[in-house]
Design a protein around this ligand. Structure first.
Ligand SMILES: *[C@@H]1O[C@H](CO)[C@@H](O)[C@H](O)[C@H]1NC(C)=O
Ligand SMILES: *[C@@H]1O[C@H](CO)[C@@H](O)[C@H](O)[C@H]1NC(C)=O
Ligand SMILES: *[C@H]1O[C@H](CO)[C@@H](O)[C@H](O)[C@H]1NC(C)=O
Length: 203
């Protein structure tokens, strides 16, 4: 009798283990090969893998790309970075390099939240991977009274690190490195690995 119960328990626990083991497999399969996504063109801190994945964990890098007819600009003063925030401004003689990320629609609201103060913009980006033009969502800073200002060293460092990580063209990286920062020396609220030195430097 005791043996019979033990065997039953063993069978039951084996069955439940394998059942539990099978569950993640099947949801991984269903997961979300069918899920809709959009292409997101990042030109600021979201150039950096470590930074975009703080909030947009589902983002997958697709390619670098170039947006013509705009230039990179920095405006006003944001709390998160303790300096000006990056935007793109219409300029027929310029272009902006960036990363095209594939973002599941389930992260769209989170990205809007991260980009608060910005509005969505549809742009056509020429992908470096194969030269084709891809429709992307990007974000442009909204304040109509915006004033050009320098970014913090921290924000600039994240942008430059992302540009290097994804191998944007050397000339563009050099342009980013030459941007004048605002000299801020304290910490910023995002504690990224690439910021360890700068954040501790202020402590
Ligand atoms: C961007 O394109 C999408 C899909 O084509 C469209 O639904 C959306 O309204 C457009 N957004 C803007 C801000 O133009
Ligand atoms: C070019 O590459 C992009 C990104 O990798 C991809 O989405 C697109 O389908 C490709 N286009 C062609 C024509 O291969
Ligand atoms: C996958 O995405 C689809 C469409 O967005 C959604 O309906 C479905 O619930 C998602 N499945 C999982 C396992 O998250």
């Amino acid at each position: 009798m005791t043996t019979f119960v033990t065997v039953l328990l063993l069978v039951a626990s084996f069955a439940s283990v394998s059942f539990a083991g099978a569950l993640p497999m099947s949801s991984i399969k269903e997961m979300n090969l069918t899920e809709d996504y959009f292409h997101y063109f990042a030109f600021g801190s979201n150039l950096l893998d470590e930074r975009i994945k703080v909030q947009i964990k589902g983002a997958e890098f697709e390619s670098t790309g170039v947006l013509t007819g705009y230039r990179l600009a920095f405006y006003d003063e944001g709390k998160r970075w303790r300096g000006a925030v990056a935007s793109i401004t219409e300029d027929p003689n310029s272009h902006v390099w960036g990363c095209v990320w594939r973002v599941p629609n389930s992260f769209a609201a989170e990205l809007d939240k991260q980009e608060s103060g910005y509005h969505r913009l549809n742009v056509t980006v020429k992908m470096s991977s194969n030269g084709s033009a891809v429709e992307c969502r990007t974000y442009q800073y909204s304040n109509p009274e915006r004033q050009a200002r320098p970014p913090s060293p921290h924000y600039k460092h994240v942008i430059v690190s992302g540009a290097i990580e994804h191998e944007l063209p050397n000339g563009y990286i050099e342009m980013l490195q030459k941007i004048k920062d605002n000299g801020y020396e304290g910490p910023v609220e995002l504690d990224l690995d690439v910021l360890k030195e700068l954040n501790n430097g202020g402590a």
